[in-house]
Design a protein around this ligand. Structure first.
Ligand code: EPZ
Length: 433
């Protein structure tokens, strides 16, 4: 198993091109199931999660073509998806256990074909992550749902029925699934207390380009007038705000300066404000964000994760890494997932001073320096936090379980090397597993 070796201590300087957003691409790929025409997605990131989703759709009968493409002079992928004839309506255990986002096939398959069998995802490294909001909402639209042998059996007699749904909690996944279910339903659906993440806006824009009638994009009330049929479309995936936020921290933690090309500041308001409050200079340009921490003395700052536009849970671990060597104390509160401090024990091994209180909060007290160590994390964002700590630690840090990073950070070593990091990928001997 591959590992990433980092020798810390270099301030990073230069430009990083921000890729298309993984968490937008995954539901948008599944939206292609809603039509028998071709849906083409450009600015797609080359990530293992995208490959996994493509494999699932191929198993359902989708024909996929990929093309090498360029966005602003940077190599990206364009994929075209066509599901003319469906071969299977089942998302099997082997796919879902590798990638929870497989559950995005549920809404589209039920809407277009009236049936879907989906292996029920279990808990994962960051929390229990139930699907109750998805399922109870689909039932309100007339779906019959049964759970048997670890599978969700969902069926609908004819088209789903538009209705008023008040989500009991704010869920990105449930909002996407219900949006995709509602576009082909009979009548009007209102989704209240919907999640407002930019990735949902991107999904709604693609669906409208396919002929859907969605209003209220970017707000917590989405109104969807169902249509009989959707058609093909071409759509460019938005830039990955979490990747941009992660590299913003790389600039700040190394007291360097990085221009994040293609990053959109309106998707990162809270994280950018936290950086400013800590003493980092931020300059917004029409097509980039410049993060400048050269010569800055950073001070600790409290953060609390919340649904968008609040501080994103997907940047909590990276910002905790930033707090490690900032002056004073910072309180980090996680309100979205119940088990998202798995990076803490590894950071402690590098010399951090962190006290976790229960599941939800941690106090970080700034230390003068960190020291390199072999470390491993249990999820994508926690793994990136370890890379960040490695970038400033004395000596060598070896990050194991690199497959987590490959799920969500395109060309990680290449991008960090390009701004001066001493980082390399090495073939592993599996001793750390
Ligand atoms: C999405 O997960 C993202 N995944 C996550 O990104 C992200 O952390 C999360 O949204 C929050 O922003 C993708 O987009 C593929 P939720 P999702 O439904 O949709 C509870 C990353 O690192 N809940 O908004 O699964 C749930 O347990 C990942 O890229 C229910 O109780 O998140 C959680 O506590 C990890 N019942 C909260 O809601 C439900 O039916 C928010 O979850 C659904 C959710």
């Amino acid at each position: 198993m591959d590992k990433i070796k980092i020798r810390g201590g270099k301030p990073l300087e230069g430009k990083i091109f921000i890729s298309g957003a993984k968490n937008a691409a995954l539901p948008l790929i599944c939206a292609s199931l809603l039509t028998d025409e071709t849906v083409t997605l450009t600015n797609m990131p080359m990530l293992s999660d995208i490959k996994a989703m493509n494999a699932l759709l191929q198993q359902l009968g989708t024909k996929i073509n990929d093309f090498d493409d360029f966005v602003d002079g940077h190599a990206t992928k364009t994929y075209s998806y066509r599901t003319k004839d469906i071969e299977s309506l089942t998302a099997p255990y082997d796919y879902v256990r590798k990638m929870r986002a497989s559950y995005y096939v549920l809404g589209p398959l039920l809407a277009r074909f009236g049936k879907c069998e989906l292996s029920l995802p279990g808990g994962c490294a960051i929390g229990a992550r139930p699907m109750d909001i998805h399922l109870s909402s689909l039932e309100k639209m007339g779906a019959k749902i049964e759970i048997k042998n670890g599978y969700i059996y969902a069926q609908s007699d004819g088209r789903l029925k538009g209705t008023h749904i008040l989500f009991s909690g704010v869920s990105v996944g449930a909002t996407c699934n219900l949006l995709m279910a509602a576009v082909l339903a009979e009548g009007t659906t209102v989704l209240e207390n919907a999640a407002k993440e930019p990735e949902i806006g991107d999904l709604a824009k693609l669906l409208n380009a396919m002929g859907a009638k969605i209003q209220g994009i970017g707000t917590s009330i989405l109104t969807i007038e169902g249509v009989d049929k959707l058609h093909g479309a071409v759509h460019k995936i938005i830039a990955d705000r979490i990747e941009a936020g992660s590299y913003a921290v790389a600039a700040a933690i190394t007291r360097g300066k990085i221009e994040l090309i293609n990053a959109k500041s309106e998707t990162l308001r809270q994280p950018l404000q936290v950086l400013k409050d800590m003493g980092v200079h931020i300059v917004e340009t029409p097509n980039s964000i410049i993060v400048d921490a050269k010569g800055c003395n950073l001070v600790g700052k409290d953060i609390m994760t919340e649904p968008f536009p609040g501080f994103p849970t997907d940047l909590q671990a990276q910002f905790m890494a930033l707090m490690l060597t900032a002056d004073g104390a910072s309180m980090v509160t996680e309100t979205i997932f119940e088990n998202r401090f798995m990076h803490v024990p590894e950071l402690l091994r590098m010399g951090a001073n962190i006290n976790v209180h229960g599941h939800a909060s941690a106090i970080v007290r700034g230390v003068k320096k960190l020291s390199g160590a072999p470390v491993m994390a249990t999820d994508l964002r926690a793994s990136f936090a370890l890379v960040l700590a490695g970038l400033i630690a004395e000596g060598e840090t070896v990050v194991n379980r690199v497959y987590h990073l490959d799920r969500g950070y395109e060309k990680l070593e290449e991008k960090l090397k390009g701004v001066g990091a001493d980082i390399e990928r090495v073939k592993g001997d599996d001793n750390y597993e």
